[in-house]
Ligand binder design. Structure first.
Ligand code: ADP
Ligand code: MG
Length: 677
């Protein structure tokens, strides 16, 4: 059967195309230009010289020589009826010398500038032509390339992919497109590969042209379809329906010294409805630091326990897990619920007892210890994961596998902007806790140069003497844990010597769990007034009386980390003050980021600005679920398209599953498997 390929690509060429991900015809068609060159017009040489800047000219080569002035270079003269132009190549290949043989007629495209020997074009693109050769009618695409693959090869292959064979059918209904003023797929890709000369240039360059919007939408749609399918597949599985009446939760609420915030009531209702269904919940609870996520989780656990199932609560650090344990035990044991604590540090008999308790306890709290081999739950119905971004996908799955598809509640205090969440967490349901409990006084933030460290210490001393408690957070030293520890110990000594009247403690990652617990307990009880800490206190720690904080080398921390740290002192009734010490010189970026933290108290707003500053790649870190990277769409700029893609993905999956398949195949090809990770 004839394939339509006159010259099947050479082996080496195929490998290079593969490296760009261009294995199929569709891949070539979806390999879109980075920018364009305008070769649709010719300018007389004299005019081009008068105007300077970019131009295309045509003329005859009158001279071409390799000169040494002083470096070896190729210099040619090209002449038309209006004037002459010098062409210079500082590096060149023999074939360029051949193209510029005297007597040839050439088209040159490039920048004209004023050189040492008069106006010249350096490294122009050259095309040998005969007089009267027609000019292209369309802009010339410049593609993302790879070493050894020239633009002209890519241009030819892609043009061939467009011409040889039938147009690729649209995967979207024409009515939908018409409603959004979007072009059909085939005309969008043709426009983008070969824009007509009269196309509005700015929308094209800025990727706002409807053809670009169509392609970005398609790309986002592919992402949404794959993730929404994964979501639906999961939701179709069976799970225990946790649907017994809410007596236990009601008892807990009645016993609390405060009322739920309306946000807590709302998300609790969302979770309750979800748990009652015989399909596994996959929900992410987002809420700013201090919004009261633990209580929401406790109420969900009550639901599970009252329905005759167990709940497991996993936290990323020992300190945090223990705090949760103590808090949850305080809430639930009086209601007759057995709350177990799993450390993983136990041995022998004690370990066996621990495992035995965990097997049947209503609620089991712990760190990664929960997912270790040998830990078994008889009836795990709900897996709660606190600070979910601190866990890898595999760890979250491991907890799930400790039961027969338990419901999952993940919690995060790293709020991410709505569109980013829609894109990256499209396979989850999201609940947002967007209200802080009443009576919190916002933390005041101050910036100070590191040179003022002594003065800051003196200021802190007076606060401590008034009866406040404080954290002194040591710099993050990513490359060396040893150095980080050393710095913390030095700071501890310095503070102890400078403030002999203050009981000072230290907590860091190298301490044994029991030591950390003892220190945290002493700090919570007010015996330790000043706590020197590495970032082990970053997440979740809750000591309401602590209202002062100093963070050294604040410029080294991520914004969400700073926000979380600062959140440690916004918990009591006295106004928290957080001093961010920064070392000079400070980069523009670091300055901009500290400004964001300084000016904003709302975690979502901080996240939004952080995203704008850094872009989603760095922002989200690695979610490592095989989420395809977006090549064209931009989550920050194309927010409207993200929302449209979500709506259309759900509609397509339900109404035209074959079209959804075709769409995925076009965009992800063989890569769809990745998404099932
Ligand atoms: P986070 O959302 O950061 O995990 P926590 O669950 O640790 O926040 O809650 C912070 C503090 O607020 C805790 O001391 C918690 O008991 C308290 N809290 C939670 N809900 C309320 C409420 N509705 N009213 C008052 N305090 C609350
Ligand atoms: Mg928390």
């Amino acid at each position: 059967m004839p394939t339509g390929h006159k010259n099947p690509p050479a082996k080496g060429m195929q490998a290079k195309l593969q490296r760009l991900g261009l294995a199929r015809r569709e891949d070539l068609i979806l390999h879109l230009p980075l920018r364009y060159e305008d070769n649709t017009r010719l300018v007389p040489i004299a005019d081009a010289i008068a105007a300077m800047g970019g131009a295309q000219v045509e003329g005859e080569v009158t001279d071409c020589q390799v000169l040494f002035r002083p470096r070896r270079q190729l210099v040619a003269q090209v002449v038309d009826a209006s004037g002459a132009l010098t062409v210079r190549f500082l590096h060149f290949y023999p074939n360029q010398q051949t193209l510029l043989e005297p007597g040839r007629r050439v088209r040159l495209a490039g920048e004209i500038r004023d050189g040492y020997f008069g106006p010249e074009m350096v490294h122009p693109r050259i095309r040998v032509v005969t007089a009267g050769d027609p000019l292209p009618q369309t802009l010339t695409p410049v593609y993302p390339a790879t070493a050894g693959l020239s633009q002209s090869t890519l241009q030819k292959r892609i043009a061939a992919a467009l011409c040889e064979g039938a147009p690729l059918a649209d995967t979207l209904p024409p009515e939908w497109l018409a409603e959004q003023d979007l072009p059909d797929f085939w005309s969008a890709v043709r426009t983008l590969h070969a824009p007509p000369a009269d196309i509005p240039r700015a929308p094209l360059a800025e990727q706002r042209h409807p053809a670009w919007r169509r392609i970005k939408l398609d790309e986002l749609l592919a992402q949404q379809i794959s993730m929404r399918r994964a979501y639906r597949a999961h939701r179709a599985l069976g799970a225990p329906a946790l649907d017994k009446p809410d007596d236990l939760a009601q008892k807990l609420i009645a016993a609390l010294p405060f009322a739920l915030t309306s946000a807590q009531e709302r998300v609790t209702a969302e979770i309750r409805a979800d748990l009652a269904r015989p399909h596994p919940m996959q929900r992410l609870l987002q809420g700013d630091v201090g919004a009261g996520k633990t209580l929401v989780a406790a109420l969900a656990a009550c639901r599970a326990i009252a329905s005759g199932w167990q709940a497991a609560f996993m936290a990323p650090t020992e300190i945090l897990a223990e705090q949760h344990y103590l808090k949850l035990k305080g809430w639930l044991e009086p209601l007759g619920v057995q709350v177990a604590w799993l450390t993983g540090g136990m041995k022998g008999k004690a370990r066996r007892a621990e495992l035995q308790t965990a097997r049947t306890a209503g609620l089991v709290v712990g760190t990664h210890a929960l997912i270790q081999a040998g830990v078994d739950f008889e009836r795990l119905g709900l897996a709660i994961i606190d600070e979910q971004h601190r866990f890898g996908v595999r760890q979250r799955l491991a907890l799930q596998h400790k039961g027969r598809l338990p419901h999952q509640l993940m919690m995060s205090a790293t709020p991410i902007p709505r569109t980013l969440a829609m894109s990256h967490y499209a396979d989850l349901d999201i609940s947002v806790l967007d209200e802080l409990p009443p009576g919190r006084t916002p933390v005041r933030t101050r910036l100070a140069k590191a040179a003022r460290r002594d003065a800051v210490m003196t200021w802190m001393q007076s606060g401590l003497l008034e009866g406040r408690q404080a954290y002194w957070v040591c710099p993050l030293i990513e490359e060396s844990e040893t150095l980080e520890l050393q710095t913390a110990l030095e700071t501890f000594d310095w503070l102890r010597q400078s403030l002999p009247e203050i009981t000072t403690g230290i907590i860091h990652g190298r301490m044994k769990a029991a030591e950390k617990q003892a220190v945290m307990a002493a700090f919570a009880a007010g015996e330790i007034r000043l706590l020197v800490a590495t970032t082990v206190i970053e997440v979740g720690v809750d000591v309401p009386n602590a209202s002062l904080m100093v963070i050294e080398h604040a410029e080294r921390f991520g914004l969400s980390q700073l926000h979380q740290l600062r959140g440690r002192i916004g918990r009591g009734t006295s106004m928290g003050i957080c001093v961010l010490l920064y070392a000079e010189p400070i980069s523009e970026m670091a300055r901009a980021r500290l400004k964001i933290i300084y000016e904003n108290a709302d975690g979502f707003e901080i996240a939004r600005r952080d995203l704008a500053l850094r872009g989603p790649g760095e922002f989200i870190g690695s979610r490592q679920s095989g989420l395809p990277l977006l090549r064209y769409a931009d989550l920050e700029r194309d927010t409207d398209l993200v929302e449209l893609a979500r709506a259309w993905a759900d509609a397509l999956i339900s109404q035209w599953p074959e079209a959804a398949d075709a769409h995925l195949a076009r965009w992800l090809g063989g890569k769809t498997e990745l998404l099932k990770a």
